[in-house]
Design a protein around this ligand. Structure first.
Ligand SMILES: [Zn+2]
Length: 446
């Protein structure tokens, strides 16, 4: 008999924390307000940055009587975090606890500049891992599983998420970012049933296995794949192709280097990514006006941490464009879900006045069986106008004319976006395959 707190004699309980996860929304809001007031107090009394900017905006903890009052408080963003860490080294003046209370530091990859540090107290770290365990449990990970963590550990906030899988009770392998041959060797010898990687890499790894004569579905035991870092996991066409390659269920996760390795993840219903709203308050806002957008509409994700003590984030603009819902989920969880992460504000291209996200093009490319699914977007300028070229590869064994295929792709993109890009059909395996996060947008404008 398993000796696990969630073992119920004939199977495991469906929720990691039933009371919290199925709490009526009114109760969630009450809890959020209490935690938000504590967080704002903490920030106001312990961070010079927060105190100064609150004063400049004419607000203080006394102004916070409802969740709506949060709208009066100023935003912060990545640039501010980076700037404050330069002005007040080493971690900036948003830190609210003494140095001796800090036990863990992650740093962002620095793809947009200088890496920024994200400090944790021990309680922050424990809260985080409980959050990860809750998400993993909701995606069906159980103590019977063997979990292989295939994300890099160095500085990266996704590394320690492996502790969340251990907390679930799954036997966890700390593989990290090792060469594909070694990883596939582990898959064959120790038979992990669940893995975590990026969608691009899951695809690449599956094809690499096939290239070695190993059929992931028949010869390997992986039946759950967690992915994050790219929009692919929430694009049904991409998800289905990776699932078919592995004979596995794919769950999209969303993480932020400044908060937690995963902040939201798909439950087994795979109908959006649940947040733990008792840890994070979510706003979805029009990036230009700062006004709240309606459920289902696209807007920028803005988050406020509700329990973090080392460096609370209040109204942090993530730069990620999402859409959300608070409709009840069939799994019984009541917490807010993201329908998807459509892309970064920075990745958005404006072509002839139309907002184009790479994920919109990916949808088209991945649903077409005559294409390999790989693609690249190249933007040039002609007569002062932006020109988008979509480079795709025809599938192995495709014999019909390239012109027909080109025409098909142009018209599929037109149906979704209302623009007609140039489409270039390339032979299979021309485009470079990604082993971490794929770079797919090449802006060649001067
Ligand atoms: Zn659900």
């Amino acid at each position: 008999m398993p000796n696990h707190r969630l073992w119920r004699g004939n199977g495991y309980a469906p929720y990691w924390d039933e009371e919290l996860e199925t709490m009526p929304r009114e109760k969630i809001k009450e809890l959020q307000l209490k935690l938000l007031q504590e967080t704002v107090e903490l920030a106001y009394h312990n961070s010079d940055y927060y105190r100064t900017t609150f004063a400049a905006a004419g607000v203080s903890p006394e102004n916070l009587h409802s969740l709506d009052d949060l709208k009066k408080f100023p935003f912060i963003d990545k640039k501010i975090l980076r700037k404050r860490q330069e002005v007040v080294p080493p971690y900036g003046d948003l830190v609210c606890v003494p140095h001796d209370d800090l036990v863990y530091l992650s740093a962002s990859s620095g793809s947009t500049g200088v890496p920024t540090a994200s400090p944790f107290t021990w309680q922050d770290f424990e809260d985080w891992q409980d959050y990860e365990a809750r998400l993993f449990w909701s995606s069906g990970l159980r103590p019977t599983d063997i979990y292989c963590h295939s994300l890099q550990f160095t500085l990266f906030v996704g590394g320690p998420d492996v502790v969340g899988a251990m907390k679930v009770g799954a036997l966890s392998i700390w593989a990290g970012a090792i060469p594909s041959e070694r990883l596939l060797d582990i898959f064959q010898k120790w038979k992990p049933t669940a893995i975590w990687t990026t969608p691009s890499y899951a695809w690449y790894l599956g094809e690499t296995a096939q290239g070695q004569g190993v059929d992931p579905m028949r010869d390997l035991a992986v039946r759950r794949i967690f992915v994050a870092g790219e929009p692919g996991g929430s694009i049904p066409e991409t998800r289905q192709r990776i699932e078919a390659l592995w004979g596995a269920e794919l769950y999209d996760y969303y993480g932020l280097s400044d908060i937690f390795g995963a902040c939201a993840g798909m439950c087994e219903a795979k109908n959006g990514l649940h947040w733990a709203e008792d840890h994070i308050l979510v706003e979805v806002l029009n990036p230009d006006t700062g006004e709240e957008v309606k459920e289902g509409e696209r807007g920028e994700l803005v988050i406020t941490s509700l329990r973090k003590k080392a460096r609370p984030l209040i109204r942090f603009r993530t730069g990620d464009i999402v859409s959300h819902t608070t409709e009840p989920c069939s799994c019984g969880r009541t917490h807010l879900r993201l329908h998807g992460i459509h892309g970064r504000v920075d990745d958005m291209l404006i072509i002839r006045g139309v907002n184009v996200f790479p994920s919109d093009i990916e949808k088209v490319v991945r649903q077409n069986e005559d294409l390999t699914g790989e693609y690249r977007l190249v933007v040039n300028e002609e007569k002062h106008l932006a020109v988008l070229t979509v480079e795709v590869e025809q599938a192995e064994g495709y014999n019909a004319s390239a012109d027909r295929l080109e025409h098909e792709v142009v018209s599929d993109i037109f149906k979704i976006l209302g623009i007609k890009p140039r489409v270039k059909i390339l032979p299979p395996n021309t485009l470079e395959r990604a082993t971490h996060k794929a770079k797919r947008v090449f802006d060649e404008r001067k």
